[in-house]
Design a protein around this ligand. Sequence first.
Ligand code: HSE
Length: 285
Amino acid sequence: MITVRAPATSANLGSGFDVFGVALDRPADIIRVERAERTTIEITGVGSQYIPTDPEKNTVGAVVDALDAPARIEIDKGVRPASGLGSSAASAAGAAVALNELYDRGLSRTDLVPIAAEGEAVVSGTAHADNVAPSILGGFTIATADGVESVDTEIPLVACLPEIAVSTRDARRVVPETASMEDLVETVGNAATLSVGMCQADPDLVGRGMADPLVTPARAELITGYDAVREAALDAGATGVTVSGAGPSMLAVCRGPDRRDVATAMLDAFAAHDVEARAYQTQIS
Ligand code: HSE
């Protein structure tokens, strides 16, 4: 039996829609795989009752097919589904790494990224790799149609998960179909600033570079209390705040010592809007 820990991730980081992602040091899914004649999936843990165990409908089924690796698969969910923290990606990424080892397929971690992304297509309709890439490679990742780059870095973060469900499929429907040249120029500038910030492990540059005039404003509408929570986090010392992935989690970049205050401020602001939430004091890992 092979056991793999697949970390939660935060995709987009504002200016890097469908491209940027980071691995978080917590929460995580645990995936166990064992060779079998026929694939079966057993799911326990947070939100497991909402996840289909039919391999045709589960994110790991596509990974099994791509690697031709039938197995008895146990998934212990630490990452809540529909959270914006890469729940389906963690399972797909973990399964890809575990099955590659179980069947000695010899693929590199980078080779496994597009395979795990096929699992994402089952859930959201698009094989975006911005969650599976950091879950497999760690650190900060840039996933494009031409490949993946990854950078090891350490940036303190708070990921605040409200008790609201937003499906990736629904959140993709509100993404604008076109962009003005002015917004594109701003977004490219911000994305470049963020990338430099990641390479230099500089929370100020990363926070500034998360600003996004295109996708985030549309997605923020789906999150009760978004503006107030964002303001509260910035007042408590966060250098930038955005929607984590497709939401509803919100991601705040911190300098370090202020992380606890940022987490408390975000929870209080959600509570003021009658929204229960949970805050993970975490970091890129
Ligand atoms: N880039 C994807 C989206 C991530 O924002 O729709 C989903 O977690």
